[in-house]
Each structure stands twice: as C-alpha cells, then as structure tokens.
Write a protein that binds this ligand. Structure first.
Ligand SMILES: *[C@@H]1O[C@H](CO)[C@@H](O)[C@H](O)[C@H]1NC(C)=O
Ligand SMILES: *[C@@H]1O[C@H](CO)[C@@H](O)[C@H](O)[C@H]1NC(C)=O
Length: 219
C-alpha cells in the first residue's frame, strides 16, 4: 500500500522541481520588461531590452553592480509615455531611479516603498497623479526625492517628511498642500550623480553639517 503512495509523492515532487526550474528567470528582467510593455517609446530607446537575455546589465539605461544586480535606471527626457508599474519595486538593489522629464502618467506605486537601497528617486517633470505613498517613508536610505512638476495631490505624508537621510524633497508645482519642499544640509551631494563615486567627502560634510538643518515651508 505504502510503496505506490511513495511513488506518487516522488512523482509529484519531481514535477514540482521541474516546474520550478522552468520558471527560473531573472526577476529584474521580468520587472523591467513589464515596465517597458506599459510604455510608449516613440524613439525606440528600449530596443535593447530583450526579455530573452540572462540579466539586464547590457541593456541601455541599466547599471548593475558586480553581482549583476540592477543599481541604476536612467531614462531621462526620452519622451516615454505610460505608467510606472508595481514590478519596479522588485529591483531590490536599486540605488538611483532617474525617470525625470518624460510623460509618465498614473500614480506612484506603493510598492516603490520596497526599494530599500534607494538613494535617489527623481520623477520630476512628468504627469504623475494621485497622492504620494506614505510607504516611501520605508526607504531609510533615501536622500533625494524629486516629484516637482507633476500633477500629484494630497499632502506629503509625515513618514516621508521624516525620512532620516533626506537632503532634498521637492514636490512643488503639483496640487500638493502644506509643506512641499524640504532641504537639509545644503547641496552636500550632487543631485544627479552619474557615477557610484565613494561618498567619503559627502559623508564627512554631512556629519559636520548635521546641526545645520533647515526646513523651508511653502504653502
Ligand atoms: C498630462 O496629461 C494631460 C491629460 O491627459 C495631457 O493633456 C497633458 O498634455 C499631459 N502633459 C504632459 C506634459 O504629458
Ligand atoms: C523645486 O522645484 C521647483 C519647480 O520645478 C523649482 O523651481 C525649484 O528650484 C526646486 N527647488 C529646489 C531647491 O530644487
């Protein structure tokens, strides 16, 4: 009685293993392809984004670390029209999300709060609507959050205003009420750093300027 049952279990286990192997694709490739599929890209900037490639590190606009994990996405002023997708929240090693000056519409996915290593999120100069997700307050590493020149509404959530490392948060030129801009420690870091330079000097400046905290409130 037991032997056929065991065989059945092994059979089921083998199928499970096999199906797992078959869906073993790159999470980051999948996430970026979902983003691409929702975009209109009139200049065909994303032509190199081939879903059949093993990892996305050779794709234009994508930068990886030594472990082939995506650390930057730079698509600036590329005439991209479409929506942000929750899938981008799966890029867990992402440090720079630079999508400014396009025609990106819709809301900022709450899943962006999962981007635990993000240093800069620059979405300014798009056509984003809805409110700023309070879950962005989970990104403790975030220094730069530029949402200015969109059509966002509501208020900047308290969790976001309280981000421990924020240096500049700009949500002016939206329909955002209350505080729309926060700057701390002056321009300690370049707003659009183009390389992963070691931040030793910036960190030093940051430590010395720590008491010099200024918050500008505009209504
Ligand atoms: C933003 O969206 C509105 C409504 O769809 C549209 O009329 C406007 O041209 C868009 N602006 C930009 C900069 O894409
Ligand atoms: C914030 O955004 C507004 C609107 O684009 C811009 O005029 C202003 O210079 C920005 N402020 C800072 C401190 O970057």
């Amino acid at each position: 009685m037991a032997a056929p049952l065991m065989q059945l279990f092994f059979f089921a286990f083998a199928i499970l293993l096999n199906s797992k192997a078959m869906v073993c694709t790159n999470i980051e490739v999948d996430a970026l392809v979902v983003f691409k599929q929702g975009l209109s890209d009139p200049n065909n900037i994303l032509a190199s984004w081939d879903p059949n490639i093993v990892d996305p590190c050779t794709w234009i606009a994508v930068t990886c670390n030594q472990n082939n994990q995506v650390t930057r996405l730079d698509l600036v002023d590329k005439n991209l029209d479409g929506n942000l997708v929750p899938d981008l929240g799966k890029l867990e090693y992402l440090q720079y999300l630079e999508l400014y000056e396009n025609k990106i519409r819709g809301t900022i996915p709450v899943e962006f709060g999962n981007l635990k290593n993000l240093i800069a999120m620059d979405l300014h100069g798009n056509n984003l609507t809805g409110s700023i997700p309070s879950l962005l307050g989970n990104i403790k590493s975030l220094k730069i959050l530029l949402l200015n020149d969109n059509r966002l509404s509501g208020q900047i959530p308290r969790e976001v205003l309280n981000l421990p490392n924020i240096q500049i948060l700009n949500a002016t030129n939206n329909n955002v009420a209350g505080t729309t801009i926060v700057t701390r420690n002056g321009p300690a870091d370049n707003i659009h750093p183009t390389s992963m330079a070691t931040p030793s000097l910036g960190l030093l400046k940051f430590l010395f300027l720590l008491p010099v905290v200024s918050i500008f409130v505009s209504i």
